[in-house]
Design a binder for this molecule. Structure first.
Ligand code: NAG
Ligand code: NAG
Ligand code: NAG
Ligand code: NAG
Ligand code: NAG
Ligand code: NAG
Length: 374
């Protein structure tokens, strides 16, 4: 083959590869994830699953004496029919069984992960439960491994889990189950690091919980953006943000394509101290309505229309807030959700996920997210 020909031929190939690679990257299916849980009192059959690629059914429990994963008898009817129900509107949506959650006891996870036999019991029972309830995958929501021993054991656990999934798929001839981790907003948990190589190898992707940075029960004295994408250089601010967390994950070696950005479909309501000062980081005195002050997006919409509340989008931090009288609510509305998905798109993240689908109002946030992905 003449030299000139071979050179231009390989040049052509590299151009084609370049085009293919970029085409491939830009058209790879983005993850549009959403959690559902029974306590939301939102019927599974009402989920508009056409707006999602992955739906997470939350939560399965970890038994503190046997270390088996179980589905409580009260949840069993809805969990066992979850997949067939959401696939009616979207036959290609994938479903995952989420294990744990913020209300489960992290020390039970610690104890489970600390011994090889317990890990095996946990892993085997999780696979059995996923298969017998027709889920496409499992989601580990241990909030959070919080000692260096926990982090090491978490690494062992997810490594062994991946191996077990590979073996089970080979033996059953079924498509391998997905494995997802719901993780801290940053790869660095109060100066402890996740063992990144294990996280990369074991999980198909991770759900980055980029919210709950502020709330009236832990920041009672001033209003704040609960799930800011960017931090504000303000004396009252804690400098935490979704962008900071994503940059930590990428800096630690995590591929951007495996990071799925969390977006809350809820906010928090503070009680203003002085109703003339109703911006971000203005003075407050705890939760507006008692409890932790959390409100779902549809409740917030109701509050806004009933009280003709004034609403503002702050693009510096990427948060919406609205207020009426002495009630002030920080949350994500259409503009914040769209800006966060645009951020995920620009930074080539794997997708976004929401907590929780039942809090949407006429699917406007879900549709804004879907539209932004294009
Ligand atoms: C579900 O979402 C799709 C896509 O945005 C929309 O066309 C449809 O009207 C929605 N269904 C309901 C019941 O809101
Ligand atoms: C855990 O498992 C044990 C043994 O099967 C059972 O007796 C116990 O009720 C379970 N605990 C919960 C909270 O389900
Ligand atoms: C909020 O303000 C009160 C009274 O000024 C103070 O005692 C308390 O420590 C403050 N709380 C926080 C979390 O800063
Ligand atoms: C955690 O990771 C960060 C960034 O990769 C690194 O700078 C830091 O030293 C690590 N901390 C520990 C305790 O290993
Ligand atoms: C804040 O609320 C508490 C009661 O919840 C009250 O005792 C306190 O005086 C209030 N602080 C201010 C500055 O109004
Ligand atoms: C967002 O709020 C901060 C704090 O009040 C303010 O400094 C900033 O200018 C606001 N950004 C926009 C775009 O209004």
């Amino acid at each position: 083959m003449p030299m000139a020909y071979s050179k231009s031929f390989s040049f052509l190939i590299s151009i084609l590869l370049f085009i293919f690679h970029n085409f491939h990257v830009s058209t790879a299916q983005k993850i549009k994830g959403g959690y559902w849980f029974p306590g939301s009192s939102f019927a599974v059959s009402d989920i508009n699953s056409t707006l999602y690629t992955h739906l997470f059914c939350a939560f399965a429990d970890l038994n503190a004496s046997t270390y088996q994963v179980t589905i409580s008898s009260s949840n069993a009817p809805q969990f066992s029919t979850f997949t067939q129900t959401v696939q009616k509107k979207n036959p290609s949506v994938k479903t995952l069984l989420s294990i744990g959650g913020g209300a489960s006891n992290p020390s039970t996870f610690s104890a489970m992960a600390s011994q090889a036999g317990r890990r095996k019991t946990f892993i085997d029972s999780s696979i059995q439960l996923a298969r017998s309830n027709n889920f496409h995958g499992l989601d580990m929501d241990w909030e959070y491994p919080s000692t260096s021993t926990d982090m090491t054991n978490y690494g062992f656990l997810i490594r062994e889990w991946r191996t077990a999934l590979v073996n089970e798929a080979r033996n059953s001839g079924k498509q391998i189950l997905l494995l997802v981790g719901a993780v801290f907003y940053s790869s660095n948990y109060y100066s402890l690091n996740y063992t990144i190589q294990d996280v990369i190898n074991a999980f198909d992707f991770v759900n980055v919980m980029a919210y709950d940075f502020y709330g009236p029960n832990w920041y009672p004295n001033f209003t704040a953006p609960p799930a800011a994408l960017y931090a504000l250089n303000h004396p009252a601010a804690n400098r935490v943000s979704g962008d900071m967390g994503i940059r930590d994950w990428i800096g630690s070696g995590m591929p951007a394509s495996k990071l799925v950005l969390g977006v809350p479909f809820y906010g928090y309501a503070w009680r203003l101290l002085n109703s003339n000062n109703r911006g971000l980081f203005d003075r407050a005195n705890g939760s507006a309505f008692g409890g932790d002050g959390s409100m779902g997006y549809s409740q917030i919409r109701e509050f806004v229309s009933q009280n003709r509340a004034a609403c503002t989008f702050n693009s510096t931090v990427v948060s919406d807030y609205c207020s009426s009288g002495t009630t002030w609510i920080g949350y994500d509305d259409v503009q914040s959700v769209s800006a966060k998905v645009a951020y995920a798109k620009t930074n080539n993240l794997g997708g976004h996920f929401v907590w929780h689908v039942g809090a949407d109002y006429n699917w406007v946030l879900s549709q804004a997210a879907s539209r932004t992905w294009g």
